[in-house]
Design a protein around this ligand. Structure first.
Ligand SMILES: [Zn+2]
Length: 359
């Protein structure tokens, strides 16, 4: 079938939407193509911002691929950062256009199922100052936890003013844009997968499904997906972690009003009014995957309400306490490294002694 280039007229920018063969092969079965294209064209605008409105009324498909994926391929990379800022400020009362637009947010290299870009703001090392650690902060992996996205913009406003190079930050404010930007926001992504259960922890296939079936009674809000990293969002995050090699990951949620922690170093006792309470781990969760199995400390910040922001004072206090703990954690990590080095030297010395008694 000759499907190398498909053009669809956009009522919005009057431009062309070109999809290459690779994308089509990845996203379509030939039989679905006609149906999917019909859907795309009947969505009338064939432009991402409007396309999203068409997605809003489609229920998430728990069982796998839906025609949304096909449509999403066509709009991939067509949504600009400004479009995203507009969508976010329309959706979230606490995020103004000026908090987002022109603030250096960038395409992070990944897309959601519906083709929305995952965005990132990097606060890189400054001059010769070597950062104490690399920190990845993630908001909104659950799409209906609005405050977890809004607070990211408040913290970025602090960093925009005060970033000193003490840490190398990467801020990913909206990890699940499809879940958030639907008409009725939902925890899961556009395919009905709880992204925070989709990471490849050991025995994922057995454990996560057993957990979903027996513990959650097939709660659709906890659906772990058909396979580990089956979703583009979780795939992107796993790759991003591998690439950036963060020393600490902070993942923001709501509404439990606590801190949770997974990882090798000491947990923080409190950030602002949020106190440490270990909730245990789940198969496929980010804390389990990165914290337990990759030994990257993962702090889960659970804000008290999904729909109500903490006070400005509390937002700042959480941030200040986070930074304070990061400093302490970095020192602890350094001390651990130093300790390890000493042990290695001692072992080496022991070996020398051992060798010396050999005939
Ligand atoms: Zn959550």
């Amino acid at each position: 079938m000759e499907i190398a280039r498909i053009k669809a007229k956009s009522s919005r920018d009057n431009g062309e939407h070109v999809l290459n063969r690779v994308n089509i092969k990845q996203c379509f079965k030939p039989k679905q193509l006609a149906v999917s294209l019909a859907f795309v064209i009947s969505a009338s605008t064939s432009y991402a911002t409007d396309m999203q409105l068409a997605f809003n009324d489609i229920p998430a498909n728990v069982n796998g691929m839906s025609h949304m994926n096909a449509a999403s391929a066509l709009v991939e990379n067509r949504v600009t950062i400004d479009d995203m800022c507009r969508k976010l400020s329309n959706k979230l009362g606490s995020v103004r256009m000026s908090d987002c637009q022109g603030k250096g947010l960038d395409y992070a290299g990944g897309n959601s199922v519906a083709g929305l870009p995952i965005i990132v703001k990097e606060y890189p090392p400054i001059g010769d100052r070597k950062p104490l650690s690399r920190v990845l902060v993630i908001g909104g992996i659950h799409g209906d936890e609005y405050s977890s996205v809004s607070i990211m913009f408040k913290w970025m406003n602090i960093l925009n003013r005060f970033h000193s190079g003490l840490f190398h930050w990467k801020m990913v404010p909206v990890m699940n844009p499809d879940g958030l930007l639907r008409k009725k926001s939902q925890r899961m992504n556009a395919r009905g997968v709880d992204l925070n259960r989709n990471f490849p922890t050991p025995n994922w296939r057995e454990e996560s499904h057993k957990y979903w079936v027996y513990k959650t009674k097939r709660n659709p809000r906890r659906y772990p997906g058909p396979a580990p990293l089956s979703e583009p969002e979780s795939q992107w995050l796993a790759e991003y972690i591998e690439e950036f090699k963060p020393d600490v990951i902070v993942s923001v949620h709501a509404p439990f009003g606590i801190l949770d922690f997974d990882g090798p170093t000491s947990a923080p006792s409190k950030f602002g009014k949020l106190h440490l309470r270990l909730l245990g781990t789940y198969p496929g969760s980010l804390g389990n995957y990165a914290g337990k199995h990759q030994e990257i400390p993962v702090v889960t910040v659970e804000l008290p309400y999904a729909g109500i922001m903490p006070t400005n004072r509390e937002i700042r206090r959480i941030w200040v306490d986070l930074v304070r703990w990061l400093r302490k954690n970095a020192n602890e990590t350094l001390q651990q490294a130093e300790e390890k080095r000493k042990q290695e030297i001692l072992t080496a010395k022991t070996k020398v002694v051992d060798y010396s008694v050999l005939p």
